[in-house]
Design a protein around this ligand. Sequence first.
Ligand code: ATP
Ligand code: MG
Length: 254
Amino acid sequence: MSLIPKSHPRAKSLLIREKLVNGFDKGLVAKEGLLAQGRGEAFDYLLGEKTGKAAKHAIKVAAAQLLLADMPIISVNGNIAALCPKQIIRLSKQIKAKLEVNLFYTNEKRKKAIIKTLKNNGAREILGTNPASSVKLPGIDSARRIVDKNGIFSADVVVVPLEDGDRTMALRKAGKIVITFDLNPLSRTSQTANITIVDNVTRAIDLLINESKKLSKKNQKSLQKIVTGFDNKKNLRENIIQIKNNLTRRAGIA
Ligand code: ATP
Ligand code: MG
């Protein structure tokens, strides 16, 4: 049971933190994952802890791109399994994407805990578990580059929430279309991905599910139009302007 009072002005953000700490206690989240959460929280604070206009636009484009994909896949790490396991599975069913457990800090025990959580939340097939189908992405070192031959390696569109910059760059080099959720518009992942949703994944994922449902009625041509008109760098700049405007308003400078 949560110890955070509902009346707390930042209750939602504290609940997200609590989910991650619980995930750490259950062996899902790495210590480094807690630090990544802290970095995310700082940016969320600067964004006003709400989904902005630029993020909503990126969500719509991501939904269109996922519906156009031949083989979409969602990469799951410990933070995602702790923060939004139900939604990630709902999204995978909505856009007919596979799920692959892919850890930046490889650890078999943690991987098992993540798989168990996903299964308990309704996941059927989970890739990234069979060493016989592991292959290496070129361009990055050691364990970070291992992916599933039948999953990320063969996919055309990859959703990598809260991903490290090196891996995102390797995925791009391997010709993948990369969609990410990242609160830091300046991170290497944000700057390298094709579509960056600058928002807390716990807020944005429900919006992405709804948008995918809505756009599933559109034909390929209209979906393609949504994707082609999108400029990720421009969208990132809009997010940075949102941060700047928030700061100047709150500091009473403007
Ligand atoms: P990069 O490697 O891309 O330059 P980094 O090294 O600063 O980034 P990583 O730990 O590699 O950070 O990646 C985690 C990213 O996830 C960070 O940019 C962090 O801001 C972001 N993040 C953390 N929690 C959330 C969350 N709940 N929703 C969205 N993004 C988050
Ligand atoms: Mg990193």
